[in-house]
Design a protein around this ligand. Sequence first.
Ligand code: APR
Ligand code: PHB
Length: 394
Amino acid sequence: MNMRTRVGIIGAGPAGLLLSLLLAADGIDSVVLENRSREEIESTIRAGVLEQGTVDLMEELGLGERMQREGAIHHGIELRFDGEGHRIDFSTLTNGRGITLYAQHEVVKDCVAERLKQGGPIFFNVKDVHLYNVASDQPSIQFVHEDETIELQCDFIAGCDGFHGVARSSIPEAKQKIFTRSYPFGWLGILMQAPPSSKELIYAYHERGFALVSTRSPTLQRMYIQCDPLDAIENWSDAMILEELQARLESKDNWQLKVGPVSQKSILAMRSFVIEPMQYGRLFLAGDAAHIVPPTGAKGLNLAANDIRHLAHALTLYYKRNETDLLEAYSKTCLRRVWRAEHFSWWMTSMLHRFPDDDAFQQRMQRAQLEYTVSSQAASASLAENYVGLPFGW
Ligand code: APR
Ligand code: PHB
C-alpha cells in the first residue's frame, strides 16, 4: 500500500507527538509511526520535570488543563550534604520562574488523546521501519503495520525515535560526528506509595552515593539512588533500597523520609551523547534520537520540546513562504541549547555523585563546589537559571 504525507514522523514519544500537534495547528499534515503499543508508551515511567517553556508549549496546544490540575509547581530545590539542607530559591534567583512536576507519560497520554481526537494518524505497533532517499526531495519510509507493508512518501522525515531508534543510522558515517561520555554509575529508580517527604526535590550528596527525592502525586513518590550500572535490579530488595535512601538522606534536623510500599523499580544507565549535525538532507533528528543527557539536570524532555518548537517553526515557514533558512539553521540553532544542557547535566552529575575511582582530592573539589553553589548568590543563580530553563531562543 502507498500513502503520502508532508512530514513522516518516526516515534510517538514527546518529541514526535508534540511535532505532529504543532504542525497540525499550522495546517500541515503528518503521520506518526510508533513501534510500541499505545498502552506501553502511556505507562512507561520516565522523567517528570517540565520547564516553563515546555509548560507553555503544552498550553499553546490546548493541553494545559490536566497538567494545571494534577501537576505541581515548585519554586526551588534542596541540595543536601553533611546532613544539612540548602534551598536554591528559584523564584528569587530567576525572577519568579519555577518548574512543573508532571510525569512524562502523562504528557504522552495528553498528546496521544489530542492527536487521535484530531484524526491522527498514529500507527502503533509498526515493525521493520526503513528510511529511503533521505538526501533527495522525495524521502520515504517503509514499514509493516498489521502484516501489511506500507510505503509512506514524504516531503520531510522527522527522526523522533529516541536513542535506540533507526532514523539516526540513515546519516552516513562520514557526515556525522558523535560525542559521548558514559558515567561509571547508574540510577536505581523507584515509585513509592507514600505521601511527599518534602515540598521540593532533594538532591543529596553522600559518601555512600547520590540520592534524589522527587514526586509524582500526593500519594506517589519517585526516588533514585546512585548504583552500579551493571547491577541487576533483582539484587535490590525493597528493604535494601529503603536503607540506602535513609542513609544517604540523613539529616541533622528531625527530617524523616515518609515510606510506603515500593510499586516499581528499575536501573537506568547514565550517559551523555550528541550527534552533529542533527540533520541530513530531508531527515531531521529531534529529542533523544539526537542527544542524551544524564537525568541529574532534568533536561531530556525539555530539550526535546525545544527541538520540536524550532523544527515546527522552520517547517511552517517552508510551507507558508517557501523559506528554507530556518530549516538550514535547524541543527545549529538546536545544538547551542543542547550543549548548554549537556554541560549543565554533566556539571550537576559530577558535583553530586561518588565516582568509583575518586580520591580525597576529588571529594574535596566536590565539597568546595557544593559549598560555593549554596552560599554564593552568583553560583546559585547559575544553577537556578539552568534548572528552570533558559528562555526559548537563548
Ligand atoms: N520505529 C518507530 N518508533 C520507534 C522506533 C522505530 N524503529 N524506535 C523507537 N521508537 C519509539 C519509541 O518506542 C518511543 O516511543 O520512539 C519513541 C521515542 O520516544 P522517547 O524515547 O521518549 O524520546 P523523545 O520523544 O525524544 O523524548 C525525550 O526526554 O526525559 C527524556 O529520555 C527521556 O524519553 C525522554 C526524552
Ligand atoms: C523525576 O521526577 O523523575 C526526576 C526529577 C529530577 C531529576 C530527574 C528525574 O533530576
